[in-house]
Design a protein around this ligand. Structure first.
Ligand code: NAD
Length: 496
């Protein structure tokens, strides 16, 4: 059995005292095992990153950028293999894995511009013979902890920019689908990173806790579920580290009565069921305004869902694949059952679909539930499966209030033809990423990504301009070179 190990100081190594099985969710079989790093292994990675830091910090930004250019090229040359590894361990169909990889590559492209991004600010003559400038310096050793659902893209939200800014990095990927992440890191190494600049430790809480408490780690980026995000943020802060921790979501779409219903249905299908709903930006709730709009929406969705295909990752005619584990399949099925028990109407039941030849895969088919209310467990909690719930509201105000009252505030969307309503929605909704007739408003790499409320702990969003600020600290230098012959006397007043 292949053991997925670690990348430390440019070398692959395995500490196999503790391991965990890695499944192929399309077959339900164990495909590999992953080594779970011990405290000593994580400390070894931190030491390697610490040793590599001084030289990397002083490497000119243009040379660091050149590594990013080569990395981008290697990612493109190896795209098929990366997507195959994602599919095998996550279950994503290749077209979906390719989309994820492309969004990751766009973050590498943005990091290629790091000499421009680090230029700083300069003011001449702030006083007699005095100039002042601000410089953005790297932090040192920084760490990233990532979730299973985007095993290539989310790590690339973090390490390319962190490294391009002059930091050294330790990545702790999800232990559930570690191979594509490790392969991508190996490509970054091959692109020309000196040993120790990028290290990958596979593992679980034991590895994470070292990264959260070791004094040598200066900052932690986290993406995952909200309870863990909260723990990471509190622990990292208590240990004096800068931290950004992105959590879970419950993304609502408002469907207004004037919306182009056919377009809204098409957009909702992809955004609710793509990647089996295992996206933090998945639209899992559609709030229809008015019973007429709700009835039309449900009827059209029911019809449009008939041809949807759930199946194995390596058949590109499938629309989406399995969920990540058998336990997660049971959890999603449990939410569907609870919605029915609590009074909702199950319109399309996707539980236990027939997937010929893959009877043991972790499949849940596309599910539609109508007349969901805000007290139901399936509404309150994140399901993270291919389940679209319809909530009926009497007005746009009522629909917006529901969204604003929800504990999560990651993404949202409004489907309408009314510009005034859309503008009001964008201005007043308590959510970090807003779409207007755009179901998955995931910002491009040169903006930044982040939710509000309990979808993000911290001040700065992920990637884009905020990531340059997150992975650097500002230093402001004020310099005087007095003109010859000028001598100032002693002054006790505050300089002005
Ligand atoms: P998770 O929280 O279970 O795991 C995320 C990471 O935390 C993994 O690397 C895992 O090993 C580690 N971890 C798990 N338990 C831990 C513990 N007790 N102590 C320390 N570390 C621990 O999340 P997941 O199931 O891998 O990913 C799905 C979740 O991530 C969903 O809630 C989804 O909404 C969220 N997500 C959010 C975003 C975003 O940008 N807001 C993006 C992707 C995923």
């Amino acid at each position: 059995m292949t053991t997925v190990g670690h990348l430390i100081n440019g070398e692959m190594l395995t500490d196999a005292a503790r391991t965990q099985p890695v499944y192929n969710p399309s077959t339900g079989e164990v495909s590999k095992e992953v080594a779970l790093a011990s405290v000593a292994t994580v400390e070894q990675a931190i030491a390697a990153a610490q040793a590599a830091y001084p030289a990397w910090r002083n490497t000119p930004p243009i040379k660091r950028a050149r590594v990013m250019f080569r990395f981008k090229q290697l990612l493109e040359e190896n795209a098929d293999e990366i997507c195959r590894l994602v599919g095998e361990e996550h279950g994503k169909i290749s077209h979906d894995a390719a989309g994820e990889l492309q969004r990751g590559i766009e973050n590498v492209e943005y990091a290629c511009g790091v000499p421009e991004l680090l230029k700083g600010e300069y003011s001449k003559n702030v006083g007699p013979d005095i100039d002042s400038w601000s410089d953005f310096q790297p932090l040192g050793v920084v760490a990233g902890i990532t979730p299973f659902n985007f095993p290539t893209m989310v790590p690339m939200w973090m390490f390319p920019m962190a490294i391009a800014c002059g930091n050294t990095f330790i990545l702790k990927p999800s232990e559930r689908d570690p191979s594509s992440t490790l392969f991508v890191a190996q490509l970054a190494q091959e692109a020309g990173l000196p040993p120790g600049v990028l290290n990958v430790v596979n593992g679980d809480k034991e590895a994470v806790d070292v990264l959260l408490t070791d004094k040598r780690v200066k900052a932690v980026s986290f993406v995952g579920s909200t309870p863990i995000a909260e723990y990471i943020y509190a622990t990292a802060n208590a240990n004096g580290k800068r931290c950004q921790a992105l959590g879970g979501a419950k993304n609502h779409a408002i469907v207004m009565p004037d919306a182009d219903m056919d377009n809204a249905v098409n957009q909702l299908l992809g955004a609710a069921f793509g990647s089996s709903g295992e996206r933090c930006m998945a639209l899992s709730v559609a709030v229809a305004v008015g019973d007429q709009a709700a009835d039309a929406l449900v009827a059209k969705l029911k019809e449009a869902m008939k041809p949807l295909r759930v199946g194995a990752y390596n058949d590109s005619s499938n629309d989406f694949g399995p969920v990540i584990t058998a336990a997660h399949k049971e959890k999603v099925n449990g939410f569907i059952a609870s919605a029915v028990e609590q009074g909702a109407e199950l319109v399309v039941d996707g539980r236990n679909p027939d997937v010929a030849g893959h009877e043991n895969g972790f499949f849940v088919g596309a599910t539609l539930i109508d007349r969901v209310t805000t007290e139901m467990d399936s509404y309150v909690q994140e399901i993270f499966g291919p389940v679209l719930q319809i909530v009926r509201a009497n007005s746009m105000d009522e629909a917006m209030q529901m969204i604003n009252d929800h504990e999560y505030g990651n993404g949202t969307c409004i489907f309408t033809r009314d510009g005034e309503a859309a503008r009001f929605f964008a201005d007043n909704i308590e959510v970090g990423m807003v779409g207007i007739n755009v179901p998955l408003p995931v910002p491009v790499a040169y903006h930044s990504f982040g939710g509000w409320k309990r979808s993000l702990f911290g001040d700065l969003h992920a990637y884009g301009p905020d990531s340059v600020r997150f992975y650097t600290k500002r230093k402001t230098i004020t310099q005087r070179w007095p003109s010859s012959g000028v001598r100032e006397g002693v002054q006790f007043a505050f300089p002005s």
